[in-house]
Write a protein that binds this ligand. Structure first.
Ligand SMILES: Cc1cc2nc3c(=O)[nH]c(=O)nc-3n(C[C@H](O)[C@H](O)[C@H](O)COP(=O)(O)OP(=O)(O)OC[C@H]3O[C@@H](n4cnc5c(N)ncnc54)[C@H](O)[C@@H]3O)c2cc1C
Length: 489
């Protein structure tokens, strides 16, 4: 039988993993990336960026970090080197087309409107149905159309399409006489020796202000992962699809979860002068964890030294707008003069995903609801022969993308079947309810922050793997789980 052809869009962490697992099961993957290199976001972050998840949680299950990398939070360069070694080790590079931008994908097959089963038949590769992938080579400006049996979108959500806030008429960018750029352009401009504080020292007279969002920078990430994660997953939080006993247990243990969250919050408040600068978030640490709103700041002392000196000024405000010489902080009606404003306002990942479909119907399946509706955070039930990896967030994205790639390839090789479209939708709604309740206004991030183990359990069960990965029930309940727990079947 011919090898099934799989197009993978994106050669970041998720695309590399999808490619590696496709190869391991005898599929014929072809990967496209606009960039000239692998690594996705890591090729675009400023060089002083470090990993925010501890290294043991951000590693491939069958390819550990080299012993020469001793930092628990490796640098951007170390991460890129690690990804390059992985790609070389598994011989992925020959399958990747660089400088190759996917302009659109279109499905050529029967209409999916009346289907009750995914792909009409429930099979990953139905008798009819192909995808046409239109790819532009950005070096030669030539376009080629590839016809494949399956598409895996690994476009990422923190790159490419900047999210610029909208402003009231007369208070937007058009009135501002300075320069406004997105952090994406800023990252492209600076080199490894620069960061916000140092630029100021050199560029005398140039005043910069950093508008701080409400993420919490702390060493609490580690504390949280030890104190909350292992048992939180199984015991302390309500889970989509949990049984009666687990539900009762989660309710009984909720005061404990609240206590752990408060303990971490008070530790952070002791360590960092958040109160002094009016930067204590209103929401709980637990909510930060569950919605993946945590970020780790390696040199917090340096940062707050700059804040003390006034080099960096922190302002908290729900909204802001522009006037001719700078920005207006709406909450306290203050004006801040600025020559340059940098938007650290994130990206429109959903727009990027939606835009890749030539069919507006498929685009609507993706962008029509507040959260991209994916079964097991991978399969859009109404779109045939297509999966998405790397869109829903977790506290350790590499390892979760690996689990998803493994799961998807098991599905493609026929190791298990998906339930009916109706059942998949019901499951998506169950996860929606959990995310609304746990992440509130951040629900659309599709974060599985506190439920990684529970989520992995579902994938393991589908694949016929025992979800209990440790030796003994106590270890399963109380020991932290990480990528290496999933190496064997
Ligand atoms: C500053 C920063 C720090 C982070 N730190 C952590 C951390 O500590 N821990 C953690 O778990 N996660 C972290 N993340 C999240 C990070 O996004 C993931 O860990 C992971 O790298 C995402 O990989 P990906 O392959 O899913 O997406 P990306 O890395 O975004 O890769 C997507 C790729 O798709 C390509 N692409 C997109 N559209 C097209 C198209 N139309 N045609 C061709 N190619 C296309 C892009 O060029 C890109 O190379 C961080 C993110 C940022 C921005």
């Amino acid at each position: 039988m011919d090898k099934k052809q799989v197009a993978i869009v994106g050669a970041g962490v998720s695309g590399l993993l999808a490619c590696k697992y496709c190869l391991s099961k005898g599929f014929d993957p072809v990967v496209f990336d606009t960039q000239p290199d692998i690594g996705g976001v890591w090729t675009k972050t400023i060089k002083t960026t470090t990993l925010q998840s501890p290294k043991p949680l951000y590693q491939f299950s069958d390819f550990p970090w080299p012993t020469s990398v001793t930092d628990i939070f490796p640098s951007q360069q170390q991460i890129l080197n690690y990804l390059r070694s992985y790609a070389a080790h598994f011989n992925l590079i020959p399958h990747i087309h660089f400088h190759s931008q996917v302009k659109g994908i279109s499905y050529d097959g029967p209409s999916s409107e009346t289907w009750s089963l995914w792909n009409g038949t429930g099979e990953p590769f139905p008798p009819e149905g192909k995808w046409h992938v239109t790819v532009e080579n950005t070096q030669t400006a030539t376009t080629q159309v590839y016809t494949v049996d399956f598409v895996i979108l690994c476009l990422g959500r923190f790159k490419d399409v900047p999210n610029i806030p909208e402003f009231p008429t007369g208070k937007g960018l058009q009135v501002f006489r300075g320069h406004a750029i997105h952090s994406m352009e800023y990252a492209a401009m600076v080199d490894g020796r620069q960061h916000c504080g140092r630029i100021r020292e050199r560029e005398e007279g140039c005043r910069r202000r950093v508008r701080e969002n409400r993420t919490r920078h702390c060493e609490g990430v580690l504390v949280s992962q030890r104190a909350e994660k292992p048992d939180d997953d199984h015991l302390m939080v309500h889970k989509p699809g949990e049984g009666f006993l687990l539900s009762v247990l989660a309710t009984l243990l909720s005061p404990l979860r609240w206590g752990v969250s408060k303990l971490v919050e008070s530790h952070i408040k002791r360590k960092l002068p958040l109160a002094k600068f009016n930067m204590v978030p209103q929401h709980s640490f637990s909510k930060d964890t569950r919605s993946c709103m945590l970020s780790y700041m390696p040199n917090s002392d340096d940062f707050f030294d700059e804040v003390e000196k006034g080099t960096i000024m922190l302002k908290k405000s729900q909204t802001f707008s522009f006037y001719d010489n700078g920005i207006l902080i709406d909450d306290d009606n203050a004006r801040i003069e600025a020559d340059v404003v940098i938007f650290a306002t994130g990206f429109k990942g959903v727009k990027k995903l939606e835009g890749v479909f030539e069919s507006s119907t498929f685009g609507q399946f993706i962008a029509g609801s507040p959260r991209v509706p994916l079964y097991r955070e991978c399969i859009p039930p109404h779109i045939p022969q297509l999966a998405i990896i790397g869109f829903s967030e977790s506290l350790s994205n590499l390892y979760i993308s690996e689990m998803r790639s493994k799961w998807l390839v098991a599905l493609l090789e026929g190791a298990f079947k998906l339930p009916s479209i109706n059942e998949m939708q019901k499951d998506i709604v169950r996860w929606d309810e959990y995310m609304k309740q746990s992440s509130g206004e951040y629900h659309s991030r599709s974060s599985i922050g506190a439920l990684e183990i529970w989520y992995n359990d579902q994938l393991c069960k589908d694949m016929g793997m025992n979800p209990m990965r440790k030796n003994g029930p106590l270890a399963n309940l109380f020991e932290p789980y990480g990528p290496l727990d999933y190496t064997r079947n």
